[in-house]
Write a protein that binds this ligand. Structure first.
Ligand code: ZN
Length: 177
C-alpha cells in the first residue's frame, strides 16, 4: 500500500476551495487516503492534504490513551459534504492537523452539527453529530473549503509544539477551557 505525499501548511492547495466530485475517485486512491491517515496517526484526512483539490475526506475515530472517553466513528468516506445545521453552543478542545506536523492548538467548534454527504458507493447520509465526532467533521470539511484550524483559533497563544503540549497539557491533565 502506498503512502500519499502529504502537503503542509504554506502549500496553496490547502487554501483553495475544492471542486465538487461528480465521478467518485478510484478505490486505490481512497484506500491510500486511509492508509496515509493511519500511518500518520490521524483521525481524518482531506484530499487537499494529499495534493488533490477534490471534495472528499476520510474519517476514522478510535479510542486512544489520550482520548479514552470519545465516541468512536467507523471508517467513513465523505464526499461533497455540507453542514446544514450548527449548534449555537461552542466547545473548545485541542486539535492537531496532519498538515501542521507536531503542533497543537485550542480550537472552538460547534458542539453539534447536522452534515449531509455521500460515501464512495454513492449512498447518501444525513447525520447529527456531537462532541469530538462533530469536531473532526468540522475540521475536515473546513479543509475542503480552504480553511485551516489556526483560522478558527481565538487565542493564538495556545498554539504549541507537541512536546510542550505533552508536557503541559497531557501530563498535568490541565484543562485550558
Ligand atoms: Zn487538518
Amino acid at each position: 500500500m502506498k503512502t500519499l505525499r502529504r502537503t503542509k501548511f504554506g502549500n496553496p492547495i490547502l487554501r483553495k476551495k475544492t471542486q465538487q466530485i461528480s465521478k467518485i475517485p478510484s478505490d486505490a486512491f481512497i484506500k491510500s487516503m486511509f492508509y496515509t491517515m493511519k500511518r500518520a496517526n490521524g483521525v481524518g484526512l482531506a484530499a487537499p492534504q494529499v495534493g488533490k483539490s477534490w471534495s472528499i475526506a476520510v474519517i476514522e475515530i478510535k479510542k486512544t490513551k489520550v482520548r479514552p472517553n470519545i465516541k468512536p466513528f467507523q471508517k467513513t468516506v465523505i464526499i461533497n459534504p455540507l453542514i446544514s445545521k450548527r449548534s449555537a453552543k461552542m466547545e473548545k478542545d485541542w486539535e492537531g492537523c496532519l498538515s501542521f506536523p507536531s503542533v497543537r492548538g485550542l480550537v472552538p467548534r460547534h458542539q453539534s452539527i447536522t452534515v449531509t454527504f455521500i460515501n464512495e458507493k454513492g449512498k447518501k447520509y444525513v447525520l447529527k453529530l456531537t462532541g469530538f465526532q462533530a469536531r473532526v467533521f468540522q475540521h475536515e470539511i473546513d479543509h475542503l473549503n480552504g480553511i485551516l484550524y489556526i483560522d478558527r483559533m481565538r487565542d493564538i497563544k495556545t498554539l504549541m509544539t507537541m512536546a510542550e503540549f505533552e508536557k503541559r497539557i497531557l501530563k498535568t491533565g490541565l484543562k485550558s477551557r
